[in-house]
Structure formats: C-alpha cells, structure tokens
Design a protein around this ligand. Structure first.
Ligand code: 0CG
Ligand code: SF4
Length: 334
C-alpha cells in the first residue's frame, strides 16, 4: 500500500448510507442582466485601462464577486473621497448613485464609468420627470439601501418621501393629493409592494404610476420561480448575501409561500446542517448577485451527505442583455 493512500473516514456517509434528497432548482435564479453588465464593466475597465480600477461600493452585493475582482486589480471604496486624484477609472456600482457623486467626480476630473443598472436609471428618470411636472414623489423602498439613497439623491431634499410600509402609506400626509406620483426600488417584494400601492391608490386616486413596473424583471421572475417551488419542499436555500435586497426578498417569499425552513446562505461553509436533518426535498435558488458556482458548491455539499437527485423547475425563460457603457465598447481606450 503506498504511504500516501488516504485512510477511509469512518464518519463520512457512504453511497449506501446517504439518505435520498430531491433537489428542486428554481429557474430563473442567480445573475440578472444588470449584474452581468456591472461585473463586465469592471473586468473590461481592467482590461482596457489596467489596475487599479476603483469601484465605489460593492459592484454587486456579493463577497465572492467582490473578492474575485479585487484579485484582478479592482479597489473597492465606499465614498468617492477615498478615490485618489489621477487617471485610474472609478466605477459606480449597479445600485446607482446620488447625482452629487458624478458631479463630484466631474469637479475632480476623475474618469467615472457608470455601472448603474439601466433599470435603476429608468426609475431615476421617472422621478426626475415627475419632479419637472411639479409632482411630489413617493418612493417605496427600504431606508438606507444604496439604491434608495441613489434614487432620493436624484432630486433636491424634500422632493421624495420614502414609504417603507403599509403604515407609512396610511400615515402619509400630502401637500396636495392631486399632484402625487410614486416610484419604487427595483428589488422589492411583489406582494408587499402591491399592498402598499393599493393603500396609496385608495387614498389618492389621482396618484401617477410608473408606465412599466419599477420592480425589475429579474426580481419578478426569481420571486415567481421560488414561489412555485417553496410549497413542494421541506427546506429551501437562497444563495445570496445578507445585504442583498433581492436575495432577502426571495427568502421571505419562500417562507410565505409555505416553506418555513427557508434560509439565506452565502457559501456552503455557512450551512447550519442541524436545520436539514431528515429532509427529503430541498429547493435552491440564488439572488441576482449570486454566481452559479456558489449554487454548485452548495449542491456538492449536499451531495456529500445525501444521495441527491437534481431537477430544474423552470417558470420563465429570460433573454435580457444590457450593452456596456459607451466608454467600454471596443476601441474605447484608443
Ligand atoms: O438586491 P440589491 O439591490 O441589494 O442588489 P444586489 O447587488 O444583491 O443584486 C442586484 C443588483 C444590483
Ligand atoms: Fe437591474 Fe434588476 Fe438586476 Fe437590479 S436586480 S441589477 S434592477 S436587473
């Protein structure tokens, strides 16, 4: 026997002892077009201009993505003040930024590249148009989230009122109920938002609405996919980060759709195995910022403990692609 032959691990389950586990993989899940574009922006900026490329805020809310880009030469900062003067590009994250940020970048003659998702920019534009038309704006969203900070920061202080809950919608006292409009964060719960909008519309029948939903296609499709799977499984994992709004909403949607054991997990190493003991079925989905490699890592971790059988449950096909910002299209650096 060669010296290096591994000794069998008595505790490791063998194929014969592993209990069966049916895994239902939600589709669509994981990366959306805005996230693919934002990551491409940083990679393309590194390829065209070399390291360092500064990135204001996590490009998307996922540590694995951030660390991979950091290794390639991206430098993540929270504020523009942390970017030194010079020629290195600075990328704004997919979540969008208040107007003051590109203005400050211009004033300092920094080379700014905006990776804001076009669907977030659409909400910014709506808010700006409402303001121009003299409307007071309600933003349905979560206080402190960078997208909310960015959307509120498109207009002067006081132009936008944040509505977080049904109670806020009931309590809001308008200056003039005839000149009101609402916009929303792109990654909200479809059900919670519908409730808030219903309260606002009942109170303010003249309320102007978005022409096309502000909650984005990716949020909508991932919530619908998880709702289709959640009632059929004993437990459900959402692969995603705690600061990822759309991922948190997926976990809540799964719980509300009937899967009480729904958890958000960043990496396989974070799984609390005591939660999963005697399950026979498991749903898996991933937030819009979670790479598929982490879904695979988690499936592998289950496959080491259970005899898994994986089935994909597709509720919608997606084919959305966003082009890169002009500064990064071929020949841009010449
Ligand atoms: O879901 P949020 O807005 O928190 O962002 P995340 O980076 O997780 O995903 C998509 C984007 C941008
Ligand atoms: Fe854009 Fe929606 Fe993805 Fe956010 S979750 S980056 S709004 S497509």
């Amino acid at each position: 026997m060669p010296d290096q032959m591994p000794t069998p691990d008595a505790a490791a389950p063998t194929a014969a002892t592993r209990p069966p586990l049916r895994i239902l993989l939600c589709a669509p899940r994981g990366f959306c077009a805005g996230v693919v574009r934002a990551i491409d922006v940083v990679e393309q900026a590194l390829a065209l201009y070399g390291a360092p490329v500064y990135v204001r805020h996590e490009i998307v809310h996922n540590k694995y993505v951030v660390e991979s880009l950091r290794r390639k030469g991206a430098v993540f900062v929270e504020e523009l003040d942390d970017v030194p003067d010079g020629a290195a590009p600075v990328v704004f994250s997919a979540h969008g930024v208040p107007r003051a940020v590109p203005e400050a970048a211009d004033a300092r003659r920094l080379f700014a590249i905006d990776a804001t998702c076009p669907l977030v920019t659409k909400v910014h534009r709506e808010a700006i148009v409402h303001h121009r038309k003299g409307r007071d704006i309600l933003l349905i969203g979560h206080k402190g989230h960078p997208e909310v900070v960015g959307t509120m920061g498109q207009l002067p202080a006081g132009a936008i009122t944040l509505i977080e809950t049904v109670e806020d919608a009931r309590a809001f006292a308008p200056r003039d109920a005839g000149t009101l409009a609402y916009v929303t964060q792109t990654t909200l719960s479809l059900d919670d938002t519908a409730e808030i909008v219903a309260v606002l519309k009942a109170r303010f029948p003249a309320l102007s609405e978005p022409h096309k939903e502000d909650i984005c296609y990716a949020t909508t499709n991932r919530q619908e996919a998880v709702k289709a799977v959640a009632p059929k499984v004993d437990a459900l994992i959402v692969v995603g980060a705690p600061n990822s709004s759309n991922s948190q909403r997926l976990r809540e949607a799964a719980e509300r759709a009937g899967c009480a054991r729904s958890v958000l997990v960043e990496r396989a190493g974070d799984i609390d195995w005591t939660m999963f003991g005697a399950i026979a079925s498991l749903g898996i989905t991933a937030g819009a910022s979670a790479p598929e490699v982490l879904v695979e890592e988690i499936i592998d971790a289950f496959a080491a403990r259970y005899a898994v059988e994986v089935e994909t449950v597709t509720s919608k096909e997606e084919d959305v692609v966003f082009p890169l910002p002009r500064a990064l299209r071929p020949n841009a650096a010449e």
